[in-house]
Design a protein around this ligand. Structure first.
Ligand SMILES: Cc1ncc(COP(=O)(O)O)c(C=O)c1O
Length: 347
């Protein structure tokens, strides 16, 4: 790790993007006002992935997938990356790839992508290819962005990192996320919770954590059917993921759009900047804890201090989604704009 967190020299940025060269990403306890189980001795911590160099959790698999392929000597012929991504993976991939000499990145993006996220891709110089995703696809559906990206990578100069079945995606979390959380909770972790997108986070982190404590409960949170939250998937969309994620998850929860956005806004307003999928993770965790409490199972989760110590993942920050909150959070949650009639740019 560099002295005083200073990165310099010709590889300064590559080193800065290497998660192994950064201090532990903060673990922050949510305030009492957002924790209905505080009086039950439940402590809930967010792992603040927005503090990674690239501002989101996909910085970990992006760096690992590229660095491992480079280490195997397999990047020499590659001029272009193609990926299917809601935004975070491909942004992280494109920025890491430039550090390894690959300038061009394209991405299949779902047609529901927010305008802000599309602007973010253009800002980073990534070519977006909008795709109408089938709502109930089979694994080999030629219309899915995942399969379109695989097909495009048949060109010799093009590589599809393939975050949905590339083992270097979960391996990144086994290498960095899991060990950090274990250290930070001093071996007193009661439960780990993460959303299910590519499932790299939950597979890699739980693989490490279970190597330390085989019976540690792992809670995976998916989107409820027809509920939109960028990043995590519905059960049907999870059918397209190549990993055997069910083998790594002990409990599954489903979370809804409105509650995910509301909780993300509440966390952010209290100083834990967290996007919609972080709200989804917290929503699923709270549901899980409520069921455990109702069924009298909370005591079985207590650690040596008598507390239930839970960690969920805050995957990114809210800024890329600002134009979406008023669609899903009731108007009563927002202050009024005074003197609205004077606005020069009306929404
Ligand atoms: C914002 C956000 N949250 C959550 C996830 C899910 O993480 P994972 O793909 O590791 O399951 C993603 C993945 O794309 C994401 O971009």
């Amino acid at each position: 790790m560099p002295k005083h967190n200073v990165f310099s020299g010709p590889n300064a940025i590559r080193d800065f993007l290497d998660p192994g060269q950064l201090p532990h990403i903060p673990l922050v306890e949510i305030p009492e006002s957002l924790n209905p189980f505080n009086a039950d001795g439940v402590r809930i911590y967010g792992k603040m992935m927005s503090l990674l160099a690239l501002g989101n959790l996909k910085a970990l698999p992006a760096y690992n997938m590229i660095a491992e392929k480079y280490a195997r000597g397999e990047l020499t012929e590659i001029d272009r990356l193609i990926e299917n991504s809601s935004g975070n993976t491909v942004s992280s991939l494109a920025l890491v790839a430039r550090q390894f000499g690959i300038e061009h990145t394209s991405s299949y993006v779902p047609s529901e992508i927010s305008w802000n996220k599309l602007l973010m891709l253009l800002f980073f110089g990534i070519e977006p290819i909008v795709n109408e995703e089938p709502s109930d696809p089979t694994g080999d559906d030629p219309q899915s962005g995942i399969n379109k990206a695989k097909r495009d990578a048949q060109a010799e100069d093009t590589w599809n990192p393939g975050q949905y079945d590339n083992p270097d995606n979960p391996a990144a979390h086994a290498k960095w996320t899991g060990p950090q959380i274990w250290d930070q909770t001093d071996g007193k972790l009661s439960l780990f919770c993460a959303s299910l997108g590519t499932t790299g986070t939950i597979i890699g982190t739980s693989t490490f954590l279970k190597s330390k404590r085989a019976d540690l409960p792992i809670v995976g949170v998916m989107r409820a059917p027809d509920n939109y939250v960028p990043g995590p998937r519905t059960e049907k969309l999870l059918n397209l993921v190549g990993f055997d994620w069910r083998a790594h998850v002990d409990h599954i929860e489903q979370a809804q759009t409105a509650e995910s956005y509301r909780l993300s806004m509440e966390l952010s307003r209290r100083g834990m900047l967290a996007g919609p999928s972080s709200g989804l993770g917290l929503s699923g965790l709270l549901q899980h804890l409520q069921a455990a409490k109702d069924e009298g199972r909370l005591d079985s989760l207590r650690n040596v201090d008598g507390e239930v110590c839970c960690v969920f993942v805050c995957c990114d920050g809210p800024y890329a989604y600002l134009d979406e909150y008023e669609k899903y959070v009731p108007p009563a949650h927002f202050p009024e704009v005074r003197n609205k009639e004077l606005l020069k740019n009306k929404p």
